[in-house]
Design a protein around this ligand. Structure first.
Ligand SMILES: [Zn+2]
Ligand SMILES: [Zn+2]
Length: 270
């Protein structure tokens, strides 16, 4: 049993075979998928919800990715506030900072990140964090963790550091605020020594796995389009690191996910 805690399934990459991709995930033992609802920006950040309302095992997020922060306006914030109340929405994200691509100016990224934390709090939704610094720098981590500490940590709602690429110290700060740490396909890449070190340092009961489909396909699919069925390879790598089986790692991370989101409760009360 596996849970893919982060996938972008709405894009054109899957337009010709989305149904098959989803059924292959089920065949591979993926019992739940979180469809990230960033889309291309405010025009379609209900894309995750649309999938979640079609499949009972898919949940959704909403949010404006740091890449598209420049597109955020009051109308977008108002609409997200409404969408956040839909029953299958379980988190706000991905949100955060990306100083690697700088698709939006950094001050705008920070402002839109803070604004979304302010909206997620009354909605009682945990946040999904995207953080990517410039090459050979910790700049985005420094800013991101500082902003979370100031604007989010006191809420106690926690969140997920998605596609974790930081170090063990950065992971620990987030763990102290009740966050889960999610590992993606890049943990399987030969050069990803720091990610594997962090994966050894994070307590087993605080780990999640994800694909970040269609990006970052794990070895042995590296370079191809990623899909939720491949989340098993992330579990395999983490299992090898920690001396446990792929299945055991899948089960542990799935239980962590269910505990964090109280999905069983949700299913019986919604
Ligand atoms: Zn991301
Ligand atoms: Zn993503």
């Amino acid at each position: 049993m596996f849970i893919d805690s982060h996938a972008h399934l709405e894009g054109h990459h899957y337009d010709h075979d989305r149904e098959q991709v989803i059924s292959r995930a089920r065949d591979a033992g993926v019992e739940t998928i979180v469809a990230i609802g960033n889309g291309d920006g405010p025009a379609n950040f209900d894309c995750g919800i649309q999938l979640a309302e079609k499949y009972d095992f898919i949940y959704a997020t909403i949010g404006i990715h740091p890449h598209e922060a420049r597109l955020a306006d009051q109308a977008a914030f108002d609409r997200m506030e409404l969408l956040a109340r839909r029953p299958k929405v379980i988190a706000w994200g991905e949100i955060g900072l990306d100083y690697y691509y700088d698709h939006s100016p950094r001050d705008v990224q920070q402002r839109v990140f803070i604004k979304q934390m302010e909206l997620a709090r009354p909605a009682s939704l945990p946040i999904v964090i995207h953080c990517r610094p410039s090459e050979n720098s910790e700049n985005a981590w420094d800013d991101c963790l500082r902003l979370i500490q100031e604007h989010w940590a006191p809420s106690g709602l926690g969140g997920i550091l998605h596609c974790f690429t930081g170090n063990a110290v950065q992971a620990q700060r987030a763990l102290d605020w009740g966050f889960m740490i999610s590992f993606a396909g890049n943990v399987t890449f030969p050069k990803a020594r720091q990610i594997r070190e962090a994966a050894l340092a994070v307590p087993l009961d605080r780990m999640l796995i994800e694909t970040d489909s269609p990006f970052l396909a794990p070895v042995p699919y590296r370079g191809k389009r990623n899909e939720p069925a491949f989340v098993k390879e992330v579990a395999r790598q983490l299992g090898e690191l920690r001396g446990t089986s792929t299945e055991e790692m899948g089960l542990e991370t799935a239980q962590n996910f269910q505990r964090f989101f109280s999905l069983h409760e949700r299913r019986t009360t919604v």
